[in-house]
Design a binder for this molecule. Structure first.
Ligand SMILES: Cc1cc2nc3c(=O)[nH]c(=O)nc-3n(C[C@H](O)[C@H](O)[C@H](O)COP(=O)(O)OP(=O)(O)OC[C@H]3O[C@@H](n4cnc5c(N)ncnc54)[C@H](O)[C@@H]3O)c2cc1C
Length: 374
């Protein structure tokens, strides 16, 4: 690609965030250039637990609770569109989700969080039920006796996350989007109201740019007057061999994928520097899973992986247009499976129009600066 080339729009990053934004831009008639990294880049989009999860999200941040809920509600039409455009069924299942408690304290804590969210959202958060052991077992006969109770919310669900990433990429292709892998951006320079993006492959000048480079947003954002403070958060997941269906609901820690394998996760390490899996962490995950569903003691773990979340200091997304260099946006989000529908159907059209609605104000990065100054 030569420096003489100009485009209207570029999206930097083709993970779940960049691909969902690009697909959303295409729906409103734009064809962004998508510049992505190397095949073997560490992508949270290939390491996640695949939940479309609302329950418990947004304690102290009602805007996030409602945004997660809104995205979950958009998911059926988003999945339908993806199927129509690509022929790929992302296996969306929104039959509700359980959070299992192994002690009374855990159950109280889960319930208190949901009560807080309910009150902070003025009862606009999804409904939930607090279930005893027996009530949970009526719905899930394989439940272990050490589970003291659970919370169930009908708003939760899951997908097949690898199918989702694939479907988004095929949707980009079908929409005529110019997607380029091995096009890492090293540098972004604002030039006369436009942006010059440079990598080892060359450079391109664009009028508008969306930063969706996952963890690398932290490095790229200041180049366009934005900021993306991230924290290190590593998660590990175990996957078992396929077994007979026993868990027709999602859960934050155990889910049976559409293909029959059981995913167990996910942990959080905040001081890890490598992506290598940790056997101590795996042991804790497996023990808890067996207490929750004892039948798992007889099922073999066949795979385990770990990945770094794209997680901000307060765990909430950052959505912002640069005040200093209008036309540059950042989209950084953990939970980009849950939020994929919102990113494509709600956020992308606003980026296309050139401004984000006031609903996105609380997601600006200025919130971090206020806290530091306080
Ligand atoms: C263990 C784990 C469990 C999770 N579970 C869930 C879950 O159940 N539900 C949920 O909603 N979310 C979950 N997540 C979070 C979700 O996976 C992430 O929010 C999402 O993948 C972030 O996508 P992304 O596109 O921002 O980042 P990434 O997937 O990291 O993609 C970034 C992309 O940008 C490219 N890139 C990087 N730097 C550059 C550059 N300089 N120039 C060009 N391209 C660049 C990379 O090559 C890559 O393709 C989980 C994450 C982890 C790690």
């Amino acid at each position: 690609m030569s420096t003489a080339l100009t485009r209207d729009f570029a999206v930097v990053g083709g993970g779940l965030v960049g691909a969902a934004i690009a697909v959303g831009l295409a729906r409103v008639g734009l064809k962004p250039l998508v510049l992505d990294g190397e095949d073997l880049d560490m992508r949270a989009s290939r390491a996640n637990f695949a939940l479309v999860w609302v329950q418990g999200k947004g304690v102290g941040a009602p805007h996030y609770a409602l945004w997660s809920k809104a995205s979950a509600e958009l998911w059926p039409s988003f999945a339908g569109d993806l199927f129509e455009n690509t022929g790929i069924d992302v296996r969306l299942r929104q039959t509700g989700g359980f959070s299992f408690a192994l002690s009374r304290d855990e159950l109280d804590h889960l319930r208190e969080d949901l009560e807080t969210i309910e009150s902070e959202t003025k009862r606009a958060s999804p409904p939930y039920e607090v279930l005893s052991h027996n009530e949970t077992k009526e719905r899930l006969p394989e439940l272990g006796r050490e589970v003291v109770g659970s919370i169930y919310s009908p708003a939760d669900g899951d997908v097949n996350s690898l199918r989702l990433l694939r479907a988004l990429h095929i949707a980009m292709q079908r929409a005529g989007i110019d997607y380029r892998s091995r096009h890492l951006i090293d540098k972004i320079e604002p030039v006369n109201g436009a942006f010059r993006l440079t990598g080892r492959w060359g450079s391109v000048t664009v009028q508008r740019v969306v930063l969706a480079a996952g963890i690398d947003n932290q490095r790229l954002s200041p180049m366009v007057g934005l900021s993306t403070p991230l924290r290190s958060s590593k998660g590990q997941i175990l996957v078992t061999e396929k077994c007979a269906p026993f868990l027709p609901f999602a859960s934050g820690t155990i889910r049976q994928a559409d293909e029959g394998g059981v995913m167990i996760g996910d942990s959080e390490e905040t001081n890890a520097t490598t992506v290598a899996e940790h056997t101590d962490v795996a042991t804790v995950l497996a023990r808890r899973a067996i207490k929750t569903f004892p039948l798992l003691a007889d099922v073999n773990v066949i795979r385990t992986w770990a990945g770094f979340r794209v997680d901000t200091v307060d765990g909430l997304p950052i959505y912002e247009q640069s005040a200093q260099f209008p036309g540059a946006y950042v989209v950084t989000s953990h939970s980009a499976v849950t939020l994929a529908a919102g990113h494509a159907l709600s956020l992308a059209p606003q980026i296309a129009r050139g401004s984000l609605s006031g609903d996105f104000d609380p997601f600006r990065s200025g919130r971090f600066h206020v806290r530091q100054a306080a």
